[in-house]
Design a protein around this ligand. Structure first.
Ligand code: FEO
Length: 387
């Protein structure tokens, strides 16, 4: 298989995961890639590896350029196994190679693989001379694990950003000017919403560092490489990491007999009539990982559930657990639902929204099938708040 040239003597040598449709629960309809990069200089460096089952593909791309046994350095920007899974096998091919990683990277790799390898531990500001060029390192803890760092090749103005700025896209194209920017930003947003969302303040620190670097290429560890639309993705990261929202509502619900759905649509139409961009998402057909990109930019999040056996419906519970973990901030929530007798679900939804730090609008809790008069009242109350 072929390596793809980024610049003279710098290549993409990653693996394309055409078939993956669930990345630990995050649906990836377009598949993904695990990006590894090869830098040829006096010293030969591999930046990150690929998921274990794509090792042969990575090796054949490396072998397209050099004999893989000549690798001197393997930079491990991130321990997570989608990037380190092929490390043990590459170390069998190049046992003399030094592993360059952060302090937490060393701990994590030892805990994962127990390999008897030669580590060089680097911290922010450290550099590694490769001959005519040198790498520098910036620790970016929690973007996405405590060990994360990014690697910068100043002479070529390339930032190897690992998980940051990634997207789950499997494609024959490698660069952002070869595919639709709309698709790229949509997938980058889905990736941010499902992976990076909880770490906004850490992303902002990383963005501060990035802003001091002269960058022509951002080479992430998933998906497409940025070279023509860097300002566009940086601008999105600035907004997302600051929890900046739009005048938008996402109404998320599950329903037993259609009454909670009626309330959902009524709430949606109340917002829509006030000029709020409205998304209505039924959890029976929408996956929670597809709801989160909508939450990423929505000022209002309305969550509805019927009551089943004194509880909210399981899909709503799963969504709330997932969303709470991803920790959106500065949102306004509204709990709603229909019930027959107990009616506990709406209060339960509201408790979770409150616990997640949402400001709350007045809940909507209606028995059995809501009447037209009740729905009109719902619209009126919401619109009073939106005045
Ligand atoms: Fe793509 Fe956090 O690993």
């Amino acid at each position: 298989m072929k390596a793809v040239k980024l610049k003279e003597n710098i290549y993409w040598v990653g693996g394309i995961d055409w078939d993956i449709r669930s990345f630990h629960g995050y649906l990836t309809p377009r598949g993904t890639t695990y990006n590894a990069y090869l830098i040829i200089d006096d010293k030969i460096t591999l930046v990150d590896t690929v998921k274990h089952y794509l090792y042969d593909e990575m090796l054949s791309r490396i072998a397209d350029v050099i004999d893989p046994s000549r690798i001197d350095y393997v930079v491990s920007n991130h321990v997570e196994m989608d990037h380190s899974g092929s490390l043990p096998r590459i170390m069998e091919v190049a046992p003399q190679a030094k592993i360059i990683t952060s302090p937490n990277g060393e701990k994590g790799l030892k805990a994962h693989y127990q390999g008897d390898w030669d580590y060089t531990v680097v911290k922010s500001g450290d550099t590694l001379n490769l001959g005519s060029r040198s790498l520098s390192f910036v620790q970016t803890p929690m973007v996405h694990w405590p060990d994360n760092m990014v690697t910068y090749l100043a002479e070529e103005k390339i930032l190897f950003s690992n998980d940051a700025f990634g997207q789950h896209i499997a494609s024959p194209e490698r660069f952002d000017d070869q595919i639709s920017l709309g698709v790229l930003l949509e997938e980058a947003g889905k990736y941010y919403a499902n992976i990076v969302f909880p770490y906004g303040s850490q992303v902002q620190k990383a963005l501060e560092t990035v802003s001091t670097l002269d960058i022509e290429i951002i080479a992430p560890s998933h998906g497409i490489i940025w070279r023509s639309n860097i300002p566009a993705i940086l601008q999105e990261y600035v907004k997302w990491s600051a929890n900046e929202t739009e005048n938008k509502v996402v109404v998320v619900y599950d329903t037993m007999w259609g009454s909670t759905e009626k309330i959902a649509r009524t709430i949606g139409s109340a917002f829509e009539a006030k000029g709020v961009s409205t998304r209505i998402m039924n959890l029976q057909v929408s996956d929670i990982s597809d709801v989160m990109p909508e939450v990423l930019t929505a000022k209002y999040v309305c969550v509805g559930s019927s009551t089943l056996n004194n509880n909210m419906l399981p899909k709503v519970s799963a969504f709330l657990t997932y969303m709470k973990g991803l920790a959106p901030k500065n949102r306004i929530g509204l709990a709603f639902g229909s019930y027959g007798w107990g009616g506990q679900s709406v209060g339960q939804v509201e408790e979770v929204l409150k616990g997640a730090g949402f400001e709350l609008m007045e809940q909507v809790r209606l028995q059995y099938i809501p009447s037209q008069e009740q729905l009109t009242e719902v619209v009126k109350k919401i619109q009073e708040v939106l005045e």
